[in-house]
Ligand binder design. Structure first.
Ligand code: ZN
Length: 282
């Protein structure tokens, strides 16, 4: 009997919680930010650009929210191929008094440079002609790196959070370097400390849930990491920056450009947002 009463109580609680969530949602407005755009392509793969993949996936996440969470409002920072400055991106979110900021990007690595012999050349040594090998550098942008990582705002070397948050943004490349904060500037530490106090826990929670959903799909979970990037620092709300895969990995580039891949990626991000909302509105 006791168990039955307990179950009834739990059921009632959840019914109440669900009703409450729908009537008075804590997350009313969600900003979806497609990285780069216009003359800022971001990372470039063998046949595609980060800005286009990011936009396609962002719009799909927006459609899922509009369809399934119709009481929430979706705000895009861009819906077309235009460049929006990072200041404007977080201003859009702040003006709207948004509750969540989700920025969608595509990862890349610097690639590798190998010295290869391309023939011989003749040089003069002690008055004699000597044949020596000729080398050229061959650049290969292809990487074996793969998987998904999510960034939250933090100093890239903040040992205090090391345990809970994991690795750092050591291997940041290409498009993401633009908009990084100057970590030597004392103001940066102050801004990040203030932001962290208010939003770090929520941001890490959201990031972990998004990562968890990618992992469920069989993608490699590279974890939640810290980055001192302006687009997040300017936001007055929890936010994450999701790197959905590596554009210079042949397989992942194909996957991220395929309709099925984009749909799966959008679902992982959407499900992460949904879990986060359910947890805080419980
Ligand atoms: Zn990017």
């Amino acid at each position: 009997m006791r168990t039955k009463a307990f179950i009834t109580l739990i059921t009632l609680f959840f019914t109440y919680a669900t009703t409450f969530a729908a009537d008075n949602p804590k997350v009313k407005k969600i900003v979806l930010d497609a990285g780069h755009g216009g003359d800022k392509p971001g990372a470039i793969g063998h046949f595609s650009k980060e800005k286009d993949i990011a936009l396609a996936v962002t719009l799909k996440v927006g459609e899922l929210i509009k369809k399934n969470l119709s009481e929430r409002q979706v705000i895009y920072t861009r819906t077309t191929d235009v460049d929006v400055h990072w200041v404007e991106r977080h201003e859009i979110a702040n003006r709207a008094k948004a509750d969540l900021f989700v920025s969608i990007h595509v990862n890349s690595t610097p690639g590798s440079r190998t010295k290869v012999r391309s023939g011989y050349r003749t040089i003069k040594k002690n008055g004699k002609s000597v044949k020596v090998p000729r080398y050229v550098y061959k650049y290969d942008k292809t990487t074996e790196a793969n998987g998904v990582e999510t960034y939250v705002l933090g100093l890239s070397r903040n040992s205090q959070k090391e345990e809970s948050i994991g690795e750092y943004s050591d291997n940041l490349t290409g498009g993401e370097k633009e908009g990084l904060m100057d970590e030597k500037d004392p103001m940066t530490a102050i801004i990040i400390a203030q932001y962290s106090q208010a939003f770090l826990t929520s941001s890490v929670d959201l990031g972990s849930r998004i990562q968890g959903n990618f992992a469920k799909q069989g993608r490699l979970d590279r974890g939640v990491k810290q980055i001192s990037v302006e687009v997040l620092a300017g936001c007055v709300m929890p936010g994450v920056l999701v790197e959905i895969g590596f554009i210079n990995n042949v397989e992942e580039e194909k996957y991220m450009n395929s309709p099925q891949g984009q749909t799966e990626i959008a679902h992982a991000i959407y499900n992460g947002i949904l879990e986060y909302i359910r947890a805080i509105e419980r």
